[in-house]
Structures are given as structure tokens and as C-alpha cells.
Write a protein that binds this ligand. Structure first.
Ligand code: ADP
Length: 229
């Protein structure tokens, strides 16, 4: 599903060594936390999975595709396999909840019939069936993040990447987001979540991959958050 084999990433412009010989595999259906201080290399991993960067050395495979060897034509097809949720939600402010999700489906050429079926389904999964006509500004932060999760799921991706999804939320709202992520994972979607939320990581008992200045320093099943040490 996701394979990093001896990946080193050096950014050409400033020669920053973002990742050093990083290797890990994520199987279908796993839930993985990616933790590490700012600058540890988490975003570099995420950007490679989203085909926005390629490794300097080593290989990254997503669903069997070598992301360093994709043509420009192939990238959009692989991207459809991956949903993504960001810390700052990134919703379209002038569109309703329904339209925000529809937008993601229209981009990949979904029909109106497919949208009418799928959008209520994903809004239901995130507990927002009643808010379909609301605008983002009329929603709480937690609700806005749930819209962005519905949008990420709209095209039924096999992998969901969450980049600090609870970073702007209080602990109660963050717990709601985690419960939804766990539900999504239980339905078979692989989840990779980059986070600094120590308490959440420790409560979830999932696999934890820890990075420190570009090095993978631990990879634990049912792990805990240990970067403070
Ligand atoms: P994290 O997400 O854990 O904060 P990053 O992957 O963003 O870590 O950064 C790892 C290292 O790579 C840092 O030293 C950062 O300054 C550098 N870096 C990240 N992105 C770029 C970029 N686009 N160009 C140059 N250097 C970068």
C-alpha cells in the first residue's frame, strides 16, 4: 500500500536534508501516527505520498506505483486514491457544505447521480447530514474539519492522510475527529496522521512512527508518543 525504501530527501535550493535513509511499510487498513518535532520530515513524507515531491535517493511506492517514475498524466489518477485533510480545513468559503464536497467529486468527473448518492453518505459518516446547506462560516471549527473529512472521503480513497487535523481544535472537538477517523479506518481505509497531539496518540494505541531530524528513530505497534525525551 505505502512503501518507503531507504528514502533520502534533499531539497535542491537550500540543500536541506529532510529525510535520511527512511524505510517503512504501511499495509492496507492500518492506522499510523507520524510524529516528530517541527522540521523532523513529516511534511516531506506527506508531500511524496501526494506526488508533490520525489525522493532524492530510494523509492516510494503508493498502491504499487513508484512515485519517482510517474508521468504527469498518471499523477491525477494516483491522487484520486488518496484523500487529504489539513489542519486549516481549506474549505471554499462561498460554497455550502454540500457544494464543498460536490466540488471534489466534480473535479474527478463524477456524475450528478453519483454525487446525489455519495454526498449524503459521507456527510452522514461525519455526522453533518443536517448541515448540508450551511456555509463554512456558520460552522464550528470541529464541524468545518468534519466537512473537510467528508470531502476527502467523497471519492472513496484507499488512503486518508491527515496532516495535524486536530491542531486548531479544543480537546473535545479533537476527540470527535479521532472517533470519526477510527470509524473510517474500521471501514477499511488506511490512515496516516501527522500530529503533535501527544495525548491523542497515547489514547489510541495505534502504530507510531517517530522521526527526528530526518531519521526514523522508532516504529512501534500500539505505540506511544516519545519525542519529548
Ligand atoms: P515537518 O513537517 O516535520 O515539520 P518538513 O518535512 O517540513 O518537516 O521539513 C524537514 C526539513 O526540510 C526542514 O529542515 C525544512 O526546513 C526542510 N524543508 C521542508 N520543505 C522544504 C522545501 N520545500 N524547500 C527546502 N527545504 C525544505
Amino acid at each position: 500500500m505505502i512503501i518507503f525504501n531507504n528514502v533520502t530527501k534533499i531539497y535542491e535550493d537550500n540543500k536541506a536534508r529532510a529525510l535520511e535513509d527512511v524505510s517503512f511499510h504501511v499495509e492496507k487498513g492500518e492506522f499510523v501516527f507520524l510524529v516528530g518535532h517541527s522540521g523532523a520530515g513529516k511534511s516531506s513524507i506527506i508531500r511524496m505520498l501526494l506526488c508533490e515531491e520525489t525522493p532524492t535517493k530510494g523509492k516510494v511506492y503508493v498502491n504499487g506505483h513508484d512515485i519517482g517514475a510517474l508521468s504527469h498524466k498518471e499523477i491525477p489518477f494516483l491522487r484520486r486514491e488518496i484523500g487529504v485533510v489539513f489542519q486549516d480545513f481549506r474549505l471554499l468559503p462561498s460554497r455550502t457544505v454540500y457544494e464543498n464536497v460536490a466540488f471534489a467529486m466534480r473535479i474527478v468527473g463524477a456524475s450528478t447521480k453519483q454525487m446525489r448518492r455519495r454526498i449524503p453518505e459521507v456527510l452522514n459518516m461525519v455526522g453533518l447530514s443536517r448541515k448540508a446547506k450551511a456555509y463554512p462560516s456558520q460552522l464550528s471549527g470541529g464541524e468545518q474539519q468534519r466537512v473537510s473529512m467528508a470531502r476527502a472521503l467523497a471519492n472513496n480513497p484507499s488512503i486518508l492522510i491527515a496532516d495535524e487535523p486536530t491542531g486548531n481544535l479544543d480537546s473535545e472537538k479533537a476527540a470527535e475527529i479521532m472517533a470519526i477517523l477510527e470509524d473510517i479506518n474500521n471501514r477499511g481505509t488506511t490512515i496516516l496522521m501527522a500530529t503533535h497531539a501527544e495525548k491523542l496518540v497515547n489514547e489510541m494505541h495505534k502504530r507510531v512512527i517517530t522521526l527526528d531530524r530526518g531519521h526514523l528513530i522508532s516504529d512501534q505497534k500500539e505505540g506511544v508518543y516519545t519525542i519529548g525525551i
